[in-house]
Design a protein around this ligand. Sequence first.
Ligand SMILES: NC(=O)c1ccc[n+]([C@@H]2O[C@H](COP(=O)([O-])OP(=O)(O)OC[C@H]3O[C@@H](n4cnc5c(N)ncnc54)[C@H](O)[C@@H]3O)[C@@H](O)[C@H]2O)c1
Length: 348
Amino acid sequence: MQETKKVGYAVLGLGVGKSHARAVLSSKNGKLVAVCDLLEEKLEKAKEDYGDILTYTDFELMLKNPDIEIISNCLPSAMHADFTVRALEAGKHVLVEKPVDITVQAAEKIEAARKKTGLKVGVIHQNRFNACMTPVKEAIDSGKLGKLILGTFAVKWYRTQEYYDNGGWRGTWDMDGGGSLMNQAIHTVDLMQWLMGDVESVTSHMGVFAHDIETEDMTASLIKFKNGSSATFVSTTCAYPGISTDVQVYGSKGSIEVNEDKLKLWAFLDEDEEESKKMLDKYGAGNGSLTSLDPGLVVGHATQVHDIIDAVLFDKEPLITPNDAIKSVAIANAIYDSARSGKTIYFE
Ligand SMILES: NC(=O)c1ccc[n+]([C@@H]2O[C@H](COP(=O)([O-])OP(=O)(O)OC[C@H]3O[C@@H](n4cnc5c(N)ncnc54)[C@H](O)[C@@H]3O)[C@@H](O)[C@H]2O)c1
């Protein structure tokens, strides 16, 4: 039988990029060809960890390597659009970390370059691929949960001052685009809009309480959706020692509660207790822990790294596209606008 050709892959930025590299190494159809970082010691470590790979400090030089077909862009958030567009213009497909960039305008540049080049662009929002999220999404979209009434979303994490000081870009408006909301809770903003639907308006507060940073370490919002339902959304990096992420959705026919990646409640008016128990047995243990004290530990990157490789190989759309990922960036920025102005921000 003829073997499928392996797709050449490179990783740009070796913070969370290390998870991308490991995911490429674990893939059937991808080959880790190179990594790129400004820091020589990270490149040396990558050679030790990943074996026979090329290392670059110069991104433009890496773009000239014809063996590289896909690049994971794991640079600080405000560098996503610039480097993704440059990669696309050099003929490379891109998997870009969340948030797709820190403004809608920057994210739109990625979308425009994607359309112009016809290449693939995926965006990481790995929590959509936690095991329990598939039945949760299906229960909402199929109408099993009934009419959506309320969502409660809470990201209660902890980050030290050292975390913010490391790298110099975290907790800054121009490079991180925000704090607990744009960086940590953007995953849950994405889940909220994916599950509950298009946002009509946001009314928010924010503040900085326990860190020496210019952005925020707490946001609290009331969200109204176009379908008439509402949600509360809170984010913080002050909740010592790092507590949890809650995704809770209540409809006219039942209730679903998820904590981190674990299904905690599955209760439907028209379903017997046995059925609920079966669901909790299947999805209650989650798929691995998201440890808020360890920002390097992430779950689910493998799904999306393997997906972009297959998207290139078999000419498919990646699971999450820039147009889809723009939505959470728009909501996060509306939350900031509301908190700054003291006004409710309406979406068109
Ligand atoms: N999906 C997740 O769970 C997850 C987790 C952490 C971070 N992230 C996202 O990943 C991105 C990176 O975050 P991080 O925590 O890994 O940051 P980091 O600061 O730890 O790593 C970024 C790396 O990029 C390198 N770099 C900077 N400029 C460069 C350049 N011009 N050329 C080559 N290398 C360069 C830095 O030297 C550094 O090693 C952010 O957008 C963040 O939001 C996502």
